[in-house]
Design a protein around this ligand. Structure first.
Ligand code: ATP
Ligand code: MG
Length: 367
């Protein structure tokens, strides 16, 4: 078993993140070999993977294997800030640059100087900031907000995303030139279900780490518990496995984790029992999948779009009967009628005081 130990990160003290990595499955070993090749270079790396697949861990590992290992590693979640805030945070600001800028502050680029800047959820970066980021990467200098002075920077940038940026580029949400700048090397992390050889080694790794923390003696996994772990589809990937193991340690007795101690989320179990993800599943699952696609494919104004689609499809389902539609949705007839008119499903013919459903109804979003 391949276990790599990394120095603990003080900023992540509440979890065991970034202290060790397991790469056992052939796919993970191939990834590790690729990672070891590219880490010592200065190349920008784009790390792609579903949630919980270990993107941040891989970024830290690249940093630790690079010539910058003694410099800072600064991790930033680009999706966690508003546009104005992310700009000030990335590039820094002078005193008085905007209301509330009481003192001058270095940005993340300056803080990461001599080290690595990890831009997580890069797909969430607003377009105007993408332009500025590209300029900084090209010119290797930053200008703080409210200043005219350029500050030279020496930073390696690693970026991560859990969405396909190509789609975001096609939809006009992500700049192609920035994409090529960041994506000199791509590392794709497979979901845990596609690297089953990692499941048990990871489980044992988490058992060891958490039982040490809890001051337990050695804890084993029963055979049925092992089978349950291997058979599950792990939609939340390694983070979900970590949580399940942690929880099972709290409930298991006498040094052995049984199958019933492993509590995966019900929603996800249902999906698994009905076959591979995407084939069947509960209504909530299907909705969840449809929503996830919408988040990726049609961001912006989603609330209204989904509400309109729900109204249209219910109206159609009730054969264009307003009263039944209102009952079905649990709305008053008045609200239903007003909304149907607003979305153009119902036209009021004032002269003859008749209401008619439109013939050219289109249910644009089918969920
Ligand atoms: N190869 C690995 N070996 C051991 N632990 C791992 C490995 N990969 C990930 N982990 C653990 O799994 C958890 C999730 O990893 P990480 O936060 O890096 O994932 P992520 O892809 O950045 O997730 P998200 O998309 O939700 O931000 C962390 O606690 C991390 O320590
Ligand atoms: Mg992450």
């Amino acid at each position: 078993m391949q276990l790599l130990t990394l120095p603990p990160s003080p900023s992540l003290a509440t979890s065991i993140r970034a202290t060790a990595q397991v790469f056992e499955d052939p796919r993970s070993q191939a990834l590790l070999a690729h990672l070891q090749q590219v880490a010592p270079s200065e190349a920008s790396v784009l790390i792609i993977g579903e949630t919980g697949t270990g993107k941040e861990l891989v970024a830290r590992h690249i940093h630790n294997l690079s010539g910058r290992r003694n410099g800072p590693f600064v991790a930033v979640n680009c999706g966690a800030f508003s546009e104005s805030l992310v700009e000030a945070e990335l590039f820094g600001h002078e005193k008085g640059a905007f209301t509330g800028a009481l003192a001058a502050k270095a940005g993340w680029f300056e803080e990461a100087n001599g080290g690595t800047l990890f831009l997580d959820e890069i797909g969430d970066l607003p377009l105007p900031i993408q332009v500025k980021l590209l300029r900084v990467l090209q010119e290797r200098e930053v200008v703080r907000l409210g200043s005219r002075k350029s500050i030279p920077i020496n930073v390696r940038v690693l970026a991560a995303t859990n969405v396909q940026l190509e789609k975001a580029i096609n939809a006009g949400h992500f700049r192609e030139d920035l994409y090529y700048r960041l994506n000199v090397v791509t590392l794709s992390l497979h979901p845990l279900r596609d690297r089953p050889g990692d499941i048990l080694p990871l489980a044992r790794h988490f058992i060891r780490t958490y039982s040490e923390r809890l001051s337990y003696g050695p804890v084993e996994l029963s055979l049925r518990a092992q089978a349950k772990l291997v058979e599950y589809s792990w939609p939340g990937n390694i983070r979900e496995l970590e949580n399940v193991i942690h929880h099972s340690l709290l409930t298991c007795g006498d040094g052995e984790i049984q199958a019933q101690d492993l509590r995966m989320s019900n929603l996800r179990l249902e999906r698994q029992e009905e076959g591979p993800a995407g084939a069947g599943g509960s209504v909530e699952d299907l909705l969840q999948q449809a929503f996830s696609r919408l988040y990726e494919e049609q961001p912006g104004e989603l609330y209204e779009k989904v509400e309109n689609a729900l109204l249209r499809s219910a109206y159609r389902f009730c054969h264009y009967n307003q009263v039944h539609t209102a009952q079905l949705l649990g709305l008053s007839r008045n609200v239903t009628r007003t909304r149907l008119i607003a979305i153009g499903e119902l036209v009021v013919n004032k002269r003859r005081s008749q209401e008619q459903p439109l013939d050219n109804r289109v249910v644009r979003l089918s969920i």
